[in-house]
Design a protein around this ligand. Structure first.
Ligand code: XLS
Ligand code: NI
Ligand code: NI
Length: 435
C-alpha cells in the first residue's frame, strides 16, 4: 500500500531531448548504449538517504523547514514509514542504487546495544523491500560525526573508549552493508582532524586512524564482503582541518599504512572545490594511482565557500568529470551518488523528484558528451602529439641514465629546447563543441 507521499506524481520516463515536460528524462535513457555499455551501467545512480529523507531542512541559523510525516524520527514505526517513502521514490525515479548512514535509518535509542539491534531490524526491513525490485545498495556507512560522543573524532579520538565505540559501530555497519549486498563501504571522517594543534597529537591520531582502517579491511575479508572499502576526502568542515584533505593526501595516507590495493576513494565534487581543486583534478589524481572508487556528485555554491551539497546542474563541469572517469575505465563497483540536498525552501515532494531528475539528466548529458569526446579522440590525439618526443629512443634511454650522462649528451648534441604552444584555447574550444 502506498504512503501517498508522492500522490499525483507518476513514474519518470525517458522522453528525449525535444520534450518540454518538466518531470521527464530528456537525456537519461538507461538502456541506451554508450561506448558499448548501458547508460545505467556507466552512471550507476544512487539516492542518499540522509539528505533526501533524514535531513529536516535546518541550517546554522534555523531549525527544520520540512515537516515530513515521519518526523520526528524517534521511533521504529516512523523509521519504517521513511523507508516506505524512500522506496516509492526509488520506484518513481528508476534509480538502481541507494546509500545510507546507520543514523539515517534507525531512531536514536540512546545505547550502543539498542542502536545495534534497531539497525539490524530496519536493515532487515530494507532487505524485504529490495526483494522483487531492481535496486541495490551502493554503499553503507557509519555516522561518526553528529552525536556529541564524536566531537573530538572517532578513530582519532584521544579517548580510547571512543575508538572502541567507533570500531564496534563500523563492525555493525559493515555487517548490515554485507547483509544487503552492498557494493562498497564508505568511511568519511568529518571529525577525523583537529580544531587546534594546541591540544592535538597529530602523529598519534594518524597512526590510530591507519590502524583502524586496517582493522576494517581485515574484518571485510573475514566476513567475505566483496565490496570495495572507500575513504572520502574533504579538506575541512566540520573539523577545521581534516586528515582526509584531498585525493593526494588520502593516497599518501593509504600507502603509509599499507592500504593501497585495499582501499579506494569516494570523491565528491563539492569537496574538491572546498580543497581548491576541480573535480576532474581529484578524479585524475585517484585514477593515476588506480584508486578511483566512486563519486558523490553534488556541487557547491562557488560564492559561499562552504559545503552546500547542491544537485549538479552544470553540464560542462560534469562532462569533464565523466571524461576522466571513462578514461580511467569507469566506476567499477562505484557509482554516482547524489549526496545532495534540496534548498530548505523546497518543501514539496515534487521538489525531491525534480532535484533528482535534473541531476540524472545533467549527468547523462555529461556522460554522452564525454563519450563523444572519447570517440572523436581529439583530446587524446593532442596528448599524443604533445608528448611525442618521449617516444624517441634517446628520450626513453635518458630515464634509465643519470645526471652526468645526460649533461654530456646535452653538451655533445648542443641541445637547446624550443618552447611549443600548449594550445589551451584550441583545446577549450574543442571541448565546447561537445558540451
Ligand atoms: C559530508 C560527506 C558525507 C559522506 C558520507 O560532507 O559528504 O555525506 O558522503 O558520510
Ligand atoms: Ni560532503
Ligand atoms: Ni559525500
Amino acid at each position: 500500500m502506498s504512503t501517498g507521499f508522492f500522490e499525483g506524481l507518476s513514474k519518470v520516463t525517458y522522453q528525449g531531448a525535444q520534450s518540454t515536460e518538466p518531470l521527464v528524462y530528456r537525456h537519461y535513457n538507461p538502456e541506451e548504449v554508450v561506448l558499448g555499455k548501458r547508460m545505467a551501467d556507466h552512471l550507476r545512480f544512487a539516492v542518499a538517504w540522509w539528505h533526501s529523507f533524514a535531513w529536516e531542512g535546518g541550517d546554522p541559523f534555523g531549525g527544520a523547514t520540512f515537516q515530513r510525516p515521519w518526523h520526528p524520527q524517534d521511533d521504529m514505526g516512523r523509521a519504517k514509514m521513511k523507508a516506505d517513502v524512500a522506496f516509492e521514490m526509488f520506484d518513481l525515479l528508476g534509480v538502481p542504487y541507494y546509500c545510507w548512514h546507520d543514523a539515517d535509518l534507525r531512531p536514536e535509542q540512546g545505547s550502543f546495544a539498542a542502536n545495534l539491534s534497531t539497525l539490524d531490524e530496519i536493515t532487515d526491513y530494507l532487505g524485504e523491500k529490495m526483494q522483487g525490485r531492481d535496486i541495490g545498495l551502493l554503499w553503507g556507512t557509519a555516522n561518526m560525526f553528529s552525536d556529541r560522543r564524536w566531537m573530538s573524532g572517532a578513530s582519532t579520538n584521544p579517548d580510547p573508549d571512543v575508538f572502541a565505540y567507533a570500531a564496534a559501530t563500523v563492525k555493525g555497519c559493515l555487517d548490515a552493508t554485507h547483509k544487503l549486498g552492498g557494493q562498497n563501504y564508505v568511511l568519511w571522517g568529518g571529525r577525523e582532524g583537529y580544531e587546534t594543534l594546541l591540544n592535538t597529537d597529530m602523529g598519534q591520531e594518524l597512526d590510530h586512524m591507519g590502524r583502524f582502517l586496517n582493522m576494517v579491511v581485515d574484518y571485510k575479508h573475514k566476513i567475505g564482503f566483496e565490496g570495495t572499502i572507500l575513504v572520502e576526502p574533504k579538506p575541512q568542515e566540520p573539523s577545521k582541518h581534516q586528515y582526509d584533505f584531498d585525493a593526494a593526501t588520502c593516497i599518501g595516507f593509504l600507502r603509509k599504512y599499507g592500504l593501497e590495493g585495499e582501499v579506494k576513494l569516494n570523491l565528491e565534487q563539492g569537496h574538491a572545490i572546498l580543497a581548491g581543486h576541480s573535480f576532474e583534478h581529484e578524479i585524475a589524481v585517484a585514477a593515476a594511482d588506480g584508486m578511483l572508487g566512486s563519486i558523490d556528485m553534488n556541487r557547491n555554491d562557488y560564492q559561499s565557500g562552504w559545503d552546500t551539497d547542491q544537485f549538479p546542474n552544470n553540464v560542462p563541469e560534469v562532462a569533464l568529470a565523466y571524461y576522466h572517469i571513462l578514461k580511467a575505465g569507469g566506476l567499477g563497483t562505484g557509482g554516482t551518488n547524489f549526496d545532495a540536498k534540496l534548498r530548505r525552501q523546497s518543501l514539496d515532494p515534487v521538489d525531491l523528484i525534480a532535484g533528482h531528475v535534473g541531476a540524472m539528466d545533467v549527468c547523462a548529458r555529461g556522460l554522452k558528451a564525454a563519450a563523444a569526446m572519447i570517440e572523436d579522440g581529439g583530446l587524446e590525439d593532442a596528448l599524443t602529439d604533445r608528448y611525442a618526443g618521449w617516444s624517441s629512443e634517446a628520450a626513453q634511454a635518458m630515464l634509465g641514465s643519470d645526471l652526468e650522462a645526460i649533461q654530456a649528451r646535452v653538451l655533445a648534441e648542443g641541445i637547446e629546447p624550443a618552447p611549443r604552444s600548449g594550445r589551451q584555447e584550441i583545446l577549450e574550444n574543442y571541448v565546447n563543441r561537445f558540451v
